[in-house]
Design a protein around this ligand. Structure first.
Ligand SMILES: Cc1cc2nc3c(=O)[nH]c(=O)nc-3n(C[C@H](O)[C@H](O)[C@H](O)COP(=O)(O)OP(=O)(O)OC[C@H]3O[C@@H](n4cnc5c(N)ncnc54)[C@H](O)[C@@H]3O)c2cc1C
Ligand code: SF4
Ligand code: SF4
Length: 1021
């Protein structure tokens, strides 16, 4: 039963008094933890981020006394609603995510640590890793990997996670703490309750529970034993009772086997010691392409005797989506392939590698076998390290690819994790395909077929009335068929809320025993209820509302027209706004689409260096700061899960403010969710209700303010060097004292041109030359006019006719960033009108900063009723991309003088976003600078610099901003780097501030190369 507001407040106060960690019961936070990557939703009553084991025990005891359920949660990317529930959600990924100890071949960790992060660290320091991957590559936490114990991608190489578990500490529903060690298995004494009690006093609680479990297992009926013996080794449904009794006479009890895979329903893991393995060698792999799915399945039986360590099936639909995702995959994946098998053979480990010749021969043999049977029509060897990277990426992206479907037909993850005995796989697929046809459902089929795993995704338009009624009988039919073949309803993901109702069907005899086990550890059903042992309610009731709206246009005029809510009720601690305008009026359909496009996959919860997403989430590991939360919030509002005016409360603003619109998630989100636009609209709603705070107002109108200040630039610059003035500005305007302030120019660049001999540049020219119009945004116009002038010189040197339109205004980038929607809209309309006229005259628009280009290219695109926004999108370039394009056409002047320096290049986030490049891709600026003789350009990829326009220029963000940039600063401080380079002036300012080395725009280096700037001047910049 839902708690009343008073009960919730009491709950929050009680828990805050009991623990050191964080407790939140507000409805915005509840909403952010109400969904995961599944199709279900359930709103928790309270969210707790424990700091230590004592916190966890205290919360569990409190919940037990109050009869509230507890749901452990890692990153919340389960596909079956495993960590969803209406009680207290325990978030481990916030504070309990440390490595506690590392040894030669083991590591002790807290449950919230992500597997990817652990492996990033120990593969560098020890050349080892935690092998099994039973979960989402990016975001699976170790607590959840153990809680699910799934056979994942690497099962053939490493086996199950529980095979790598040495010991674990768990907290039971009554607050008892058990330490379970596989090197010290328990041999319980036989006897009645008094014997057990004596044993507990003598040895501890572990013995009592081991004894109870041993008695349950001893009493198994023959039918139960038969069912237990017949289960697939990779079955992940029910409890793993079959693995508990160990030793020759099966007298030792291994409770770690029972807790592994129990989905947080028997106990909560608070610490675990895991075995690590030496890094694998990767030498022999191949990709096979087939004309039909059945041929691919048939080929599996030929491949398996060669004992592959990986065997993945990908179907046509996913292959096509992967090809479209990135041009680099196109030469690898034939466009007509109906299915592919990606196979890897064992090449040993770093410690004991298999010799290269043997690997090569085995691979040759494998390819020969598949080809002689005439099953595949094309085979591709994977040879180099680069090939292996692409091989891994294709597998990974094929898993995520269905999220890229933007139509109303969406994949429904309902039976996406079944497994069958290997010898039945062909028969299963041959029966499944006609079954789907009969139900008029198309589906995508893939999976780790080397271990019998199949991922079946029906593709349905859930807005159609018959789709929901198709779903339930379809699930029944598919599961019945899978079970008939001796398969399992789950081999990895667990059964969660979605599939637990089918557990009794799979284990009719063992199911009562599962109940007994559950009641032994959790008699009140408080730990993650509804998982493994199903609840009475139908899972359809928890169906995530709004799922059926993906890919559709908004049906509800209430919000689609941009509603005004007169006299909204004030929220706690807020001043009542007279009128709340929900700023959804900029292309409402797009907001709708973006909010529903996020499927919760967790790809944006990353910490590794191959990715930039999300700078604000990385340092804090707070889920509320992750891109996903912005979509969750908007979706909740659109669904009326929370009131419309909640969007204007402080907590919603806090969530929206944890996006500084760097646009990195644009390119890294597999579903292409536009988080940037969602956070802008949320901020705008707050501004509409409460107005802009002074700092944000200044940021938004900075161009106007600087225009007034240029005549008194001397006075302004002197004031900015004065400590007292800076102290005053910090206290009043939130401008940090310690932040270096660049000198304001005496005249803006546009004014300089107006009054100089270069006035002719102010009018468009009738000329045969290629035409470029310079867009000079606020920073360069007022603080760095020289940069604009150098850019013009470079362009003119390369044969362009350059026009500097006087009638241009700031891009509005800063108005977008603070949610000042009205001004952003005015500036966008003005600039589009000016630029489109020039474009029609044959001009390309060149910006000096990628951030300005990204604003013109992306932020302007959703302006309603403006046909010309598309025109600008095709004709706007940032400087380095434009000049590099010229170079590719072989038109660039190559008369560079030597510039004898070593520069560390940092790619700005918005630069990566506009060129749709991954963090590790080479950027146009880098390629250009490599043309300059003597200049050694080293790419430094250490993530975002933390400045993000004016975000880092606000006192409350100052420290966090430097913290984000610290890895970059450290790399720049290396003595062999002379200075930093970045094509964003804000990045340069931050790099110089953090590294105490100069950081310059590539335009200056190109200008020095062409001789427009003395090389020595680079040192003085
Ligand atoms: C695109 C995509 C691909 C995926 N691919 C795979 C795949 O190949 N294989 C696979 O197995 N899964 C896969 N998954 C499912 C999902 O990523 C995994 O289930 C992942 O391991 C979940 O990790 P998490 O930290 O998000 O766990 P959560 O969703 O937060 O929790 C999962 C379960 O673990 C329990 N749990 C978490 N922490 C603890 C703890 N400390 N103590 C006790 N119980 C705990 C929770 O209660 C819950 O039952 C995929 C998901 C996505 C979105
Ligand atoms: S924002 Fe994108 S990457 Fe993040 S959870 Fe949503 S769909 Fe996945
Ligand atoms: S735009 Fe940048 S800051 Fe905002 S959510 Fe995406 S990655 Fe994070």
């Amino acid at each position: 039963m839902p708690l009343t507001t008073v009960q919730q407040t009491r709950l929050q106060e009680d828990l805050r008094g009991l623990i050191k960690g964080e407790v939140r019961c507000d409805e915005v936070t509840q909403l952010l933890y109400a969904t995961d990557a599944s199709i279900l939703q359930s709103r928790p009553v309270c969210i707790v981020c424990p700091r230590n084991i004592e916190d966890v025990a205290a919360v569990v005891r409190y919940a037990a006394e109050s009869g509230i359920s507890i749901h452990a949660r890692g990153a919340g990317t389960s596909l079956t609603g495993e960590s969803l529930g209406g009680g207290i959600v325990l978030i481990f990924s916030r504070y309990m995510r440390r490595i506690l100890e590392t040894g030669g071949d083991f590591v002790t960790v807290q449950p919230g640590l992500l597997r990817r992060r652990l492996n990033g660290i120990i593969s560098q320091s020890q050349h080892r890793l935690f092998g099994p991957l039973a979960g989402n590559v990016s975001s699976a936490s170790l607590g959840s990997i153990l809680a699910r114990n799934g056979a994942g991608l690497h099962y053939l190489r490493y086996g199950l996670p529980s095979d790598h578990l040495v010991s674990m500490t768990v907290i039971l529903a009554n607050g008892d703490l058990l330490t379970l060690d596989r090197n010290a298995l328990i041999q319980p004494l036989q006897g009645d309750g008094s014997v057990a009690l004596a044993q507990e006093i003598a040895y501890g609680k572990e013995y009592v529970y081991a004894g109870k479990v041993a008695r349950i297992l001893d009493n198994r009926s023959n039918k139960q034993r038969a069912e237990s013996a017949n289960r697939l080794f990779i079955c992940r449904a029910g409890y793993a009772e079959h693995a508990v009794l160990q030793g020759e006479s099966a007298q030792s009890v291994d409770l770690t086997r029972l807790f592994s895979g129990s989905e947080g329903t028997l106990g909560i893991t608070v610490e675990a010691t895991l075995k690590t393995v030496s890094l694998p060698q990767r030498k022999s792999a191949a990709a096979f392409f087939f004309n039909s799915l059945s041929q691919a399945i048939e080929a599996v039986s030929i491949i398996l005797p060669l004992r592959p360590v990986l065997c993945e099936l990908i179907d046509r639909r996913r292959l096509n989506l992967v090809r479209e995702w990135d041009a680099r995959y196109r030469p690898l994946i034939p466009s007509d392939a109906e299915a592919a098998l990606l196979v890897e053979l064992d090449a040993g480990t770093l410690e004991s590698p298999i010799c290269t010749a043997e690997c090569r021969d085995r691979l040759k043999h494998l390819i020969h076998l598949v080809q002689t049977k005439q099953l595949c029509y094309h085979a591709l060897r994977v040879n180099t390290e680069e090939d292996f990277q692409l091989f891994d990426q294709v597998i990974r992206r094929s898993e995520l690819a269905l999220g890229r479907l933007h139509s109303s037909i969406q994949p429904v993850p309902l039976f996406d994790d079944v497994a069958v005995p290997l010898n039945t796989m062909s028969d299963v697929v041959n029966e499944l395909l006609p079954l789907l046809q009969r139900c008029r459902v198309t589906a995508s089929l893939s999976g780790h077929v080397g271990q019998g795993h199949l991922r079946i995704h029906p593709l349905l338009d859930l807005s159609q009335s018959d789709a929901m009624s198709t779903l339930s009988p379809l699930a029944e039919s598919v599961y019945s068929m899978i079970l008939r073949y001796g398969g399992t309803i789950s081999s990895e993901w667990g059964t969660g809320l979605l599939k637990s109702q089918f557990v009794p069907q799979q284990f009719p005899h063992l199911f009562p025993l599962f109940r007994e086990i559950k009641e032994t550890f959790d008699p009140q059903y408080l730990l993650n209820p509804g998982k493994v042992i199903p609840l009475e309610t139908n899972w359809m009731l928890s169906f995530r509302r709004g799922l059926e709206k993906r890919g559709h246009t908004p049906p509800d005029p209430q919000w689609s027209s941009g509603s005004r809510l007169a006299k909204s009720k004030p929220l706690q601690g807020e001043t009542p706004p007279d009128q709340v305008e929900i700023q959804l009026k900029w292309e409402p359909a797009y907001i709708f689409e973006s909010a529903y496009q996020c499927n919760g996959c967790g790809e944006c919860l990353r910490f590794d260096r191959q990715s930039r997403v999300c700078p604000l989430f990385r340092g804090t590991a707070t889920i509320e700061f992750a891109p996903r939360s912005k979509a969750d919030l908007l979706r909740g509002i659109l669904e009326n899960d929370i009131d419309l005016e909640t969007l204007t409360c402080g907590r919603a603003k806090e969530i929206a403010d944890t996006c500084f619109q760097c646009r990195m998630c644009d390119i890294e989100c597999p579903s292409q969710t536009d988080i940037n636009v969602l956070s802008f609209r949320s901020k705008a709603a707050h501004v509409a209700a409460h107005g802009l705070p002074l700092h944000d107002l200044i940021v938004s109108r900075l161009d106007n303010i600087l225009n007034q200040l240029t005549p008194v630039n001397g006075f302004f610059n002197a004031a900015m060097r004065n400590r007292s003035v800076r102290w005053f500005l910090e206290k009043t305007l939130q401008i940090p004292q310690r932040r270096f302030m660049p000198a304001l120019a005496r005249r803006s660049y546009l004014n300089q041109i107006r009054w100089s001999s270069l006035r002719h540049r102010l009018s468009p020219e009738q000329t045969e030359k290629e035409r470029a119009a310079l867009f000079v945004d606020t920073f360069d116009n007022y603080f760095d006019p020289q940069l604009a002038e150098l850019a013009v010189q470079i362009l003119e040197h390369n044969g362009f006719s350059v026009h500097v339109p006087l009638r241009q205004r700031s891009s509005g980038l800063h108005s977008f960033s603070v949610g000042h929607a009205d001004r952003a809209e005015r500036l966008a309309r003005y600039n589009i009108a000016q630029m489109s006229d020039l474009i029609r005259l044959g001009y390309k628009i060149i910006t000096l900063e990628p951030a300005s280009a990204s604003c013109l290219l992306k932020d302007y695109q959703h302006l309603p009723d403006h046909n010309d926004s598309g025109l600008t999108a095709e004709n706007v370039f940032d400087f380095c991309s434009f000049v590099h394009r010229h170079h590719l056409l072989d038109k660039l002047q190559n008369d560079f003088h030597p510039v004898p320096y070593r520069a560390g290049y940092h790619a700005p986030c918005r630069g990566l976003a506009i060129s749709a490049s991954l963090a590790t891709d080479e950027m146009p600026a880098e390629k250009l600078l490599r043309l300059i003789p003597g200049l050694d350009v080293q790419r430094i990829e250490r993530g975002c610099c933390g400045m993000a326009g004016f975000w880092g220029g606000q006192q409350k963000n100052y420290r966090h901003s430097l913290q984000i940039g610290t890895p970059l600063f450290r790399a720049l401080r290396q003595p062999d780097i002379d200075f930093g380079v970045s094509d964003c002036s804000a990045c340069c300012a931050q790099m110089a501030h953090g590294s105490r080395k100069r950081a310059i725009h590539p335009i200056r280096l190109l200008a020095a190369g062409y001789g427009f700037l003395p090389v020595a001047a680079l040192k003085q910049t």
